[in-house]
Design a protein around this ligand. Sequence first.
Ligand code: F6R
Length: 607
Amino acid sequence: MCGIVGYIGKQDTVPILVDGLKRLEYRGYDSAGIAVLNGEISVIRRLGKLKELESALLESTPAGFVGIGHTRWATHGKPSEENAHPHTDCTGGFAVVHNGIIENYSSLREELQAKGHTFDSETDTETIAHLVEENYKGDLLDAVKATIKQLKGSFAMAIISKHEPDRIIAARKDSPLVLGIGDGENFIASDIPAILGSTREVIFLNNDELVEVTGDGVNIFTFNDVAVDRDSFTVHWDFEAAEKRGYEDFMLKEIHEQPVAVKETIRSRFQKGKVVLETSSNLTDDMVKAISKIFIVACGTSYHAGLVGKNVIENWARIPVEVDVASEFRYRNPIINESTLVVAISQSGETADTLASLRGAKADGAKVFAISNVVGSSITREADGTVYTHAGPEIGVAATKTLVSQMAAIYVLSLYLAQVRGTLAQNEINNIIAELNELPEKMNELLKDINGIKSCAMEFSDCKSFLFLGRGIGVPVAMEGALKLKEISYIHAEGYAAGEMKHGPIALLERSVPVVVVATEGHTYEKVISNIQEVKARDAQVVAVATEGDKEIKNHADYVFYVPRTSELLSAIPAVVPLQLLAYYIAKIRGCNVDQPRNLAKSVTVE
Ligand code: F6R
């Protein structure tokens, strides 16, 4: 995730900016840069780690008391020096750093180019610098206000101008920004850790607010121009706690970031009832209409997203789908031709088996499409097109927010296929879009009350084995619940199609083997209840994930985790959240390192 730091005061700004950026390194980034005011604006940017930037600064360090810095994690445009922030306008009079996504950047860019602006990068952010240049009539604050009115999307940004060396203007919409208050100096940052080396007095900027920061103080305004008076508070967290935003572990933080991950992934992909895939997707309507078969290939958690994809694509777009673990697909000689679409799902974009599967499928003539969280990763570079997830970097080794954003991307892709092939009516598409847009808020609600999950974890943390069951869209959810539990708590767990239980796993059942059942509303709900009865008859205890308002389930299950109602195919997203939390709390009770489970790696680049 990108990071922002800004400084204005009496000290040399470069060491302060670099220190702040170092404190944001844990968030992941691919390039970094700073802009310092010293009469002109000096911008220094480098691809790669901060040490590259530091080496460049050793050669020539700009002196100045005002500056902004950024660590970039690519969303628009590959990781490169040109795409690294800060970005400047045509005159070099303004520099901007930005986190978030400007949804309407391509139309704004075209308008600006038509007015004669020239762009040096592929980023959405550079648009902001040119808009500020265009809107500047002698007051930077006014220029930024005017610019904000033209932007759609999410942003936290900080802007400096050589014309007004005594202030930084910053603004926030749907992307965090904090102010650090010092003595004769003030700070801006996307996250508290960035400024903890200098101050513990902090003010959070709220959504739809902008701020003028000078050495003497901060003046906050709403986007509607109402002045805001807000006191600072003292941060008592140590640095490590601040990195995790007060959560005990990255995994817990990332579970709680899932509503945002889903929101960011679907953001801007629906416009006036149309599903819009970014230009990088490269799928023409003719190609979509010609698809006769889809293979989804992936590993681990991403494979479970693929299983969700099979259910959704077959239902909405009526194209036959096979889902394969990549390590099998690459060696099994599947039947592929020019009308085959292969979708490779990989959060890291680097998984060796998935990459090899993609190469094999391409060589056989298939179109290959990627779903990935990392811009410029190997899989995205070799695929014909990519639908990016926008979960931000995931630091916990066990995938959580990247999974729900993969599912969100799959819903978008499936709707797109259905739209082009005409397999869903416009009103059906509209209804699904409306439901998808409601999901982040529903997930927020779900995450507010997790005490029941904690007590259930206490009850079962000593068990040696778990069974997870589901039907339909609940099968991948059950499989993911089992995978999360085994990888972070080291308890044996199996995820199974509930109807298959009687063909084998039922032999495992006894009091000491809890059975977690995904029993959300759907067309096989009654069948799931019958499976629960079979489990109860063998004396095993049942934990059910059910839809809010389901009164019947209590008669069958020992524990119930309720999730908000949504349509059956979309229910995979809310249903997986309690299972992640169950695994998390059981692992914590057992004293496991949830962020770095033994033997596992975040990116599996070997076969
Ligand atoms: C599980 C997990 C792994 C990954 C798998 C694929 O929590 O993280 O199972 O899902 O290694 O990784 P990507 O998605 O990077 O291809």
